[in-house]
Design a protein around this ligand. Structure first.
Ligand SMILES: Cc1cc2nc3c(=O)[nH]c(=O)nc-3n(C[C@H](O)[C@H](O)[C@H](O)COP(=O)(O)OP(=O)(O)OC[C@H]3O[C@@H](n4cnc5c(N)ncnc54)[C@H](O)[C@@H]3O)c2cc1C
Length: 169
């Protein structure tokens, strides 16, 4: 059964139906409603959020998707577009360890919030891997710099304008 959510604009005859309630649908709905459309969201799951939704069971709450809060400026800009700020809705606390990976009940590794400690963790698991990690990150930064040349943020917000630049890479 579908869950139905409405951002009602009873004055508007312009109706829009959005299928899905992930981040992309929810943000598109907000922009469309602010432009005066009467928006209805249809979601196949019982709760909103798509891949970023929560699972609640036995008193515990699990985030089933995102682990990392990437591109905070994109979130901030979304809230700013509605004359508000992320700070009005949530606070961010940096975690250390950043996360812990479990291979079994008593078999896990903690990943620190800083690169120096992460390298030490790697080296403790496999000799020489800290250097390999350093090399990998260096290569990754080169790629990221290339991506920055085409203005990655524009790719997200103005995909049409950046299509030609994309092809040049
Ligand atoms: C395990 C995991 C880890 C992740 N980690 C990170 C991370 O650390 N950082 C990060 O930034 N991102 C992360 N992501 C990615 C992030 O969660 C997604 O990019 C984002 O949530 C996608 O949003 P979306 O709106 O594009 O799509 P979705 O969230 O997929 O939303 C689509 C919605 O449409 C609904 N739908 C589909 N078909 C129909 C239909 N026919 N009728 C009705 N409803 C329908 C779906 O149920 C869903 O709710 C992770 C994802 C996963 C799964």
């Amino acid at each position: 059964m579908l869950s139905v959510y409405s951002i009602k604009n009873t004055m508007s005859s312009k109706k829009i139906i959005i299928v899905g309630s992930g981040f992309s649908s929810l943000s598109a709905s907000c922009y469309l409603a602010s432009k005066g459309f009467d928006v209805t969201i249809l979601e196949k799951n019982k709760t909103v959020g798509g891949r970023a939704r929560q699972l609640k069971r036995d008193g515990f709450v699990f985030d089933i998707g995102p682990t990392f809060y990437w591109m905070p400026d994109v979130f901030e800009r979304f809230f700013n577009d509605f004359n508000t700020s992320t700070k009005d809705y949530y606070n961010l606390n940096k975690l250390n360890p950043a996360y812990q990976i479990y291979f079994g009940k008593k078999d896990s590794i903690s990943i620190s919030d800083n690169f120096k400690d992460i390298k030490t963790t790697f080296e403790g698991i496999e000799k020489g891997s800290a250097n390999k990690l350093q090399k990998f990150i260096k290569q990754l930064l080169k790629v990221l710099k290339k991506v920055a040349l085409i203005n990655f943020r524009n790719l997200l917000t103005k995909p049409k304008e950046t299509t030609t630049l994309q092809l040049k890479i």
